[in-house]
Write a protein that binds this ligand. Structure first.
Ligand code: C2E
Ligand code: CA
Ligand code: CA
Length: 660
C-alpha cells in the first residue's frame, strides 16, 4: 500500500479499541512532558542565538507565551490520574493532542521562520537545524499516536520545505530535500511501529481475556468441587478436608474441637406436601439460619439432602455445645414462608467433642451417633456424645462387625409362633421369627439385629435365610396351615430383593403356604414401590398382612387401596385393652374397620385370659401371643401343629364358640 493511502487511512481513522486508546494515552502521558521539555529547551537555545540580532518581541515575548502554553499542557498531562482514566477520557485527550499538536507545531515553525530575516547565514542554518531536529524529536515522542505524529510532521514539513526552497539558496534547498527524505522514511517506520504497537496491545488484550476465561473456569470448577450447588455452603468434600485440617491443628496445639451433625426432622413431609422446589427453598433457608447463628470461627457444610454439619474449633465443652444446639434448634424451628404457605421444620442435632485418640472417622461417627440419639430421644433437640454413648457405640460397632462377618446360614435360625383362630378353635398358622445366635455374643434379639442389618444393607440376605428355612418347614406342616414371614421396609423398596423372594418361593414345591407381613413404614416409605412389590407377591398366591397396625402414620386411604388380606393390631393396644377404655374403643374401631374392608384381623401379644376375653368380646378372632404359645423351634411347632390337627384344643378355645 502506498505511503499516501496509508496516510489517508491514518488521518480519517476512528479511535481503536478501548484498550488501544488507553495504551496510547499511557504512552502519551509518559512522553508528552519530555516532548514539550525538548521543544522549549530547543526554543530557548534558538532564541538565545538571536537575542542580539532579532527584536525582543520575537526572542523574549513569543518564547514566554509559548513556554506558558506548553507548561499548561504539561501540567494537564502530569496532573491526570492514570489509575482512573476511562477509554472515553483517553480518546478525548488523544483527540485534543491531534488537534493542538499541529497548531503548536505551526506556531513553533512560524516563530522559527520569522527569525530568519534577522540572522546571519550560520544563524539561518541553526533555524533549519532547529526545525528539522525538533520535528524528528517530536515524531519519536509521538511514536504510538501516529495521527498526531503525522499531522505535526506535515505541519512543519510543508512550510519548512516551501520556505527554504523559496530562499533560492542551494544549501537550504538541499537541507529541505534532506528533511523530506528523512521525514518520509521516518513516517514509514512510524507507521510500521504503530502497527506493531497496536498488535501488541491487541494480543495483550486477547491474553488478558483468555486469562480471565481460564480464571472463570477455575473458579467454577472450584465452586463445583467444593461448594454445595443448592445452598452455596461448602459440601461434604470440603467438610472432610477441613475436619482433617482442624483436627490435626487441634492435636498439635493440645486443644479439642467438636463436630455437630444437624438433620431435619420433617423434611420428607415438606417435599411431599409442598413439592421439591419448596423443599429446596427450605434447605436454602435452613442453611442461611445455621450460618447466621453458628459461631464466627466455625465451619458449616451441607453433607447431603437434609444433613448439615459444623466444625467447632472453640468452646467445645458440653454446656456450651448444648447452648449452641438450643440456639440453632430455635432458629431452624421458626416458621418458613413458602409460596404455597408457611411450614415448620425442626432439626435434631448431635454434638461430639474430640478426644486425644480420635481420628476424623471416629469423631464424625460419634457426632453421627449423637445425632441418631437426638432423633430418637430428643427430636427437635440436642444430644452431646457422652462416655456412656461411647461405650454403647463400641458395643454396636462390635456387633455390626460380627453381623457383617457372620455365617448367616449357620447363625440365623427361626422360631415359629402359633396363630390361633378362636372362632374355629384351631391353630391356623405360625409367624416366622428370626433369631441370631452369635458364637461371640450369644443370643441377640431381632429388635436389635434387624434394624442393624437394615442399616448395613444386610437385611436382604437375612430375609433369604429366614425364607429358605421357613419354606423347608412349610412342606412338613399340615396342609391347611400357613407360615407368615416378615419382610423389612428395605425388602419392599428393592425390586432385586423381591425378585430373590419370588425366585425362592417359586423354586419350592407348590402350592407354597407362605404369607408375608409388612409394616406400615415399609408402605409409607415408597407407596409406588410397595404397591408393585405387593402385587408381585400376590402373584405367588401369598397373602399379605399389615404388621404393627396403629403404631405408624399410615393413612386409611392407603390401607384401603392396597391389596391386603389381614391387619395385625399392635400389641401395645392389646396390653391396655383391659385397663384403658380408650384402647378398647380404638380396638373396636379397628375390628369394625377390618370387617368393613373384608380383611381378617389378628391380635398380637395376648398374654392373659383377661385380654383374650376382652378381645373376643370386641369381635376379635385370630390371636397370637404367649397365651397361645411362645415362639418355638420348628420341631416343636410341627408337634404343636399335629396336636392341633388331631383335635387337641387349648382349654380357652371351647369357651369362645370353637367348632369342635
Ligand atoms: P413383630 O413382627 O411384631 O413380631 C412379634 C414380636 O412380638 C416377636 O418378637 C414375638 O416374640 C413377640 N411376641 C409374641 N407374642 C408376644 C406376647 O404375648 N408378649 C410379648 N411381650 N411379646 C410377644 P421378636 O421375635 O423379638 O421380634 C421382634 C421384631 O423383630 C418383630 O416384631 C419383627 O418386626 C422383627 N423380626 C423378627 N423376625 C424377623 C424377620 O425374619 N424378618 C424381619 N424383617 N423382621 C423380623
Ligand atoms: Ca410380624
Ligand atoms: Ca407385629
Amino acid at each position: 500500500m502506498s505511503v499516501f493511502r496509508r496516510l489517508g487511512r491514518v488521518i480519517f481513522e476512528s479511535p481503536g479499541s478501548a484498550e488501544l486508546s488507553l495504551a496510547q494515552w499511557h504512552a502519551l502521558r509518559r512522553q508528552v512532558p519530555l516532548m514539550y521539555a525538548m521543544l522549549l529547551a530547543n526554543m530557548v537555545i534558538l532564541a538565545a542565538t538571536h537575542l542580539s540580532s532579532a527584536p525582543k518581541f520575537l526572542t523574549i515575548l513569543v518564547p514566554c507565551v509559548m513556554i506558558a502554553l506548553c507548561a499548561t499542557r504539561v501540567l494537564r498531562w502530569v496532573g491526570s490520574d492514570s489509575a482512573t482514566i476511562t477509554p472515553e477520557q483517553a480518546n478525548r485527550d488523544i483527540r485534543a493532542m491531534v488537534i493542538l499538536g499541529p497548531l503548536i507545531a505551526i506556531g513553533f515553525a512560524g516563530w522559527a521562520l520569522s527569525l530568519y530575516p534577522f540572522g546571519s547565514p550560520p544563524q539561518q542554518a541553526h533555524i533549519a537545524f532547529f526545525m528539522a531536529i525538533t520535528t524528528i524529536g517530536c515524531m519519536f515522542c509521538l511514536l504510538n499516536v501516529r495521527k498526531a505524529a503525522v499531522a505535526i510532521s506535515a505541519c512543519v514539513l510543508i512550510p519548512f520545505t516551501g520556505f527554504f526552497v523559496l530562499t533560492g539558496q542551494p544549501v537550504f534547498i538541499a537541507i529541505a530535500l534532506n528533511m523530506v527524505v528523512v521525514t518520509a522514511v521516518l513516517t514509514t517506520i512510524l507507521l510500521d511501529n504503530y502497527r506493531d504497537f497496536a498488535g501488541l496491545v491487541a494480543s495483550r488484550q486477547e491474553m488478558a481475556r483468555r486469562q480471565e476465561q481460564t480464571q472463570q473456569l477455575l473458579d467454577e470448577n472450584h465452586r463445583l468441587a467444593w461448594l454445595d450447588s443448592l445452598t452455596g455452603v461448602p459440601n461434604r468434600r470440603s467438610f472432610h478436608k477441613e475436619l482433617a485440617r482442624a483436627l490435626e491443628e487441634a492435636k498439635a496445639g493440645g486443644r479439642t474441637i467438636a463436630v455437630a451433625r444437624l438433620n431435619l426432622d420433617r423434611f420428607k413431609a415438606v417435599n411431599e406436601v409442598f413439592g421439591q422446589i419448596a423443599g429446596d427453598r427450605v434447605l436454602i433457608e435452613v442453611a442461611q439460619r445455621i450460618d447466621v447463628h453458628r459461631p464466627f470461627s466455625s465451619f458449616l457444610a451441607r453433607l447431603d439432602s437434609d444433613n448439615f454439619a459444623l466444625i467447632l474449633t472453640e468452646n467445645s465443652s458440653g454446656p456450651s455445645l448444648e447452648k449452641l444446639g438450643q440456639r440453632l434448634c430455635e432458629a431452624i424451628a421458626r416458621p418458613i414462608k413458602l409460596p404455597l404457605g408457611t411450614t415448620h421444620v425442626t432439626a435434631s442435632i448431635g454434638f461430639a467433642a474430640s478426644g486425644p485418640e480420635d481420628t476424623l472417622e471416629t469423631l464424625f461417627d460419634h457426632a453421627d451417633y449423637a445425632g441418631l440419639l437426638a432423633k430418637r430421644d430428643a427430636r427437635g433437640g440436642t444430644m452431646v456424645f457422652s462416655a456412656i454413648d461411647a461405650h454403647d457405640l463400641r458395643q454396636i460397632r462390635r456387633m455390626e462387625h460380627l453381623l457383617h462377618t457372620a455365617d448367616l446360614d449357620e447363625e440365623i435360625y427361626i422360631l415359629l409362633q402359633p396363630q390361633f383362630d378362636i372362632a374355629i378353635g384351631e391353630t391356623t398358622g405360625f409367624e416366622v421369627l428370626a433369631r441370631w445366635r452369635s458364637p461371640v455374643l450369644g443370643e441377640i434379639s431381632p429388635a436389635e439385629f434387624i434394624p442393624m442389618a437394615e442399616r448395613m444393607g444386610l437385611i436382604g440376605r437375612i430375609t433369604q435365610v429366614v425364607l429358605r428355612k421357613a419354606l423347608a418347614v412349610s412342606e412338613k406342616l399340615p396342609r391347611r396351615m400357613r407360615l407368615s414371614v416378615n419382610l423389612s421396609a428395605n425388602d419392599i423398596g428393592s425390586p432385586a430383593a423381591i425378585d430373590a423372594v419370588i425366585a425362592q418361593v417359586e423354586a419350592a414345591p407348590r402350592p407354597s403356604r407362605v404369607d408375608f407381613e409388612i409394616t406400615e413404614t415399609a408402605i409409607m416409605r415408597d407407596l409406588d414401590h410397595a404397591k408393585e412389590a405387593l402385587s408381585r407377591l400376590l402373584g405367588l398366591g401369598a397373602r399379605i398382612a399389615l404388621d404393627d397396625f396403629g403404631t405408624g402414620h399410615s393413612s386409611l386411604t392407603h390401607v384401603q387401596r392396597l391389596p391386603l388380606h389381614r391387619i395385625k393390631i399392635d400389641r401395645s393396644f392389646v396390653a391396655e385393652v383391659t385397663s384403658d377404655p380408650t384402647s378398647r374403643a380404638i380396638v373396636k374401631t379397628m375390628v369394625d374397620l377390618c370387617r368393613n374392608l373384608g380383611m381378617s384381623c389378628v391380635f398380637e401379644g395376648i398374654e392373659t385370659e383377661a385380654q383374650l376375653e376382652a378381645l373376643a368380646g370386641l369381635g376379635g378372632t385370630v390371636m397370637q401371643g404367649y397365651l397361645f404359645g411362645r415362639p418355638m423351634p420348628p420341631d416343636q411347632a410341627l408337634a404343636h401343629a399335629e396336636q392341633s390337627e388331631a383335635g387337641w384344643r387349648p382349654e380357652h378355645s371351647q369357651r369362645f364358640g370353637a367348632v369342635s
